[in-house]
Structures are given as C-alpha cells and as structure tokens.
Design a binder for this molecule. Structure first.
Ligand SMILES: [Zn+2]
Length: 316
C-alpha cells in the first residue's frame, strides 16, 4: 500500500507519495502560509494530502499512513506541538487531534530531524544498521537517534535534541537562548559567523575575493579557500572540524551507533570535512582504543529522507 510523507517547512509544505520499496513516486508542495497563524497551516497540510492523493490517482483514505514531520518540539504520542519557532511560534497546539479530524487515514507525527534519521536508516546511507546517530547541519543542527532498531526520542518524545547539548561551558550564545550549544558551533549559521570573524581579522585572506565573487559568505567560503591554500580559511575549517568531531565523540560515547550520518550540504566536503572527522574521532570517544569508533558518513537521501521517514514513522 502507498503511504504519504509530509514535510512541513517554514516556507513550503512538501508531500511525497511513498511506495513499499521506500521510493517516492509522486511529489507535490504548497506554500505553508505560516504568517497567518496555526489554523491555515493545518488546513494547508490537509490540502497537500488531498492534492497528492488526487494527483497519484488515489484518495487520502487509500494511504496506509500519513506521516507528518514538524520542525519543532513535539510529543509524538499525544501529537501536541510544544513549540515550533520556524512555524511562527506554535505553542502547545493539539496538532495531531486537529489534523486527524481532517484526514481519513491513520496519521503519525514526528520531529523533522527524527523523520530524517528514520528515512536514512530504512532506505538511505544507514540502511541495515540498528544503531544510528544523525546530525543535520543547516541553519541549526538537527539530531536523530536509532537504538536497537527503534527511534529514540527520550521521555515524552521531547529529548534527543542533540544540537542543544553543550559543547563549551559559557560559550557562544545559541539561538535557543542557552550558551555553548553544539548548534552554536556546528550549524552552517555558526560556521558563517566563524568565517566572517576570520575575514575581519585578516584583510589579506583569499576569502574576501572569493566571497565578493560569490556574492555572499556561506558555508563553502572557508572550505573552498582552504583548498586553495589560504591560511585563515584553513584555521576556520580546522576549528570547525574539531567542534564537530568533539560533538560526535560525545554522542558516540553515549549511544554507540554503528554509523554516524552527517546531513546537509557541508557533508559533500569529503576530504576537508568527512575524512577529517573520521581521523579526529578516536581522540574524542571513550575507550576508542579498545572498541574502536563507528564510521562518519554522508547522508544520501537529502530532503527525501524526511519525507520517506515521515511516511514510515510507525516502522521505528
Ligand atoms: Zn541551543
């Protein structure tokens, strides 16, 4: 039977019809319209489900499951979204109850980063593994954990917020309001901040010319200039790799995954990021000399991971 995975983003709600071999056979999207408040978003989610069903020649009741990934803090069992800053600040909304009333199919909800790790474990880079930790590096740092083949979300489904574990005591301020979070060092947003600082400190750095040509400073600036031999850029990359390797090291010590996945565009930096993480990791993992360390690899499904994982939330 077909399933529907829905990925609710700040700008678009994307839906994918997913078949039994985890392939997305049809995609549609509608604007989120989050500025207008909570209700219109719920209506748009129902609308995208109907649209996807119709375009796939079905109706919503034909789906074995409609799974919905939400960018926020939520209890997957009660379906209450406690907070979702990217959705215009949803607070304590009974999301699952309301969307269930609009959709004539079984519905599950999950955090978007959790949907991504489920998707990658069922059908992507971590396929066949029972223990997986995934970090998605973007505007923030999303985290997901699979232990013994089950999605681990902590008490009330409100844990596993890996990006907000502390890397540095009294460190950089994080978007969440705390100091020193992994996200405040390892997100692409933070990397850009580190890159800008290095540029300000060194007017001779090749990063200035590179950024001028590209029209912006982004997550690639330091990596690409490091490849060209720029010293200031190399320092940024070096520090960033250490922040990330240390973060991964603690997660490996806690969860002992068989594999660590890195999602987001930065994971395409093979030699300058992925290889370095693998080389640094043993230093930062407890008893690595005795039990080794898992490989750190690139997630392969991109945005589809969240769609596939949402559609199969009941599998893990
Ligand atoms: Zn934080």
């Amino acid at each position: 039977m077909l399933r529907l995975g829905i990925d609710v983003g700040g700008t678009f709600i994307k839906a994918g019809v997913v078949d039994e071999s985890y392939a997305i056979v049809h995609k549609v999207s509608v604007p989120t319209e989050g500025d207008a408040g909570y209700r219109p978003v719920v209506q748009n989610i129902a609308r995208v489900a109907e649209l996807a069903a119709r375009e796939a020649g079905r109706s919503v009741k034909d789906f074995a499951l409609v799974g919905i990934g939400i960018p926020g803090l939520l209890n997957p069992r009660t379906g209450v979204v406690v907070s979702a800053p990217n959705l215009n600040g949803w607070r304590d909304v009974p999301f699952l109850d309301e969307i269930r009333n609009l959709l004539p199919a079984p519905v599950r909800v999950g955090n978007d980063a959790n949907c991504a790790v489920v998707g990658e474990t069922l059908a992507g880079a971590a396929k066949g593994n029972e223990n997986v930790v995934m970090l998605t590096l973007g505007t923030g740092v999303g985290g997901g954990i699979i232990t013994d083949g089950r999605l681990f979300t902590g008490g009330h489904g409100l844990g596993a917020e890996l990006g907000h574990m502390v890397l540095h005591m009294d460190g950089e301020t994080c978007g969440c309001g705390m100091d020193g979070c992994i996200e405040a060092y390892c997100s692409v947003t933070s990397l850009v901040k580190q890159t800008r600082r290095a540029m300000e400190a060194d007017p001779t750095s090749a990063m200035h010319g590179y950024a001028r040509e590209a029209g912006l400073v982004d997550g690639r600036t330091a990596f690409e200039c490091s490849k060209m031999g720029d010293k200031a850029a190399a320092k940024v990359v070096e520090a960033y790799c250490r922040y990330l390797a240390r973060s991964i090291g603690s997660l490996v010590t806690a969860f002992r995954p068989d594999v660590v996945l890195i999602g987001g565009g930065l994971s395409n930096q093979r030699a300058y990021l992925m290889d370095k993480l693998n080389a640094l990791l043993p230093k930062y993992v407890f008893a690595s000399d005795v039990i080794g360390v898992p490989p750190v690899i690139r997630a392969t499904l991109g945005n589809d991971a969240g769609t596939i994982g949402a559609a199969y939330l009941d599998r893990m």
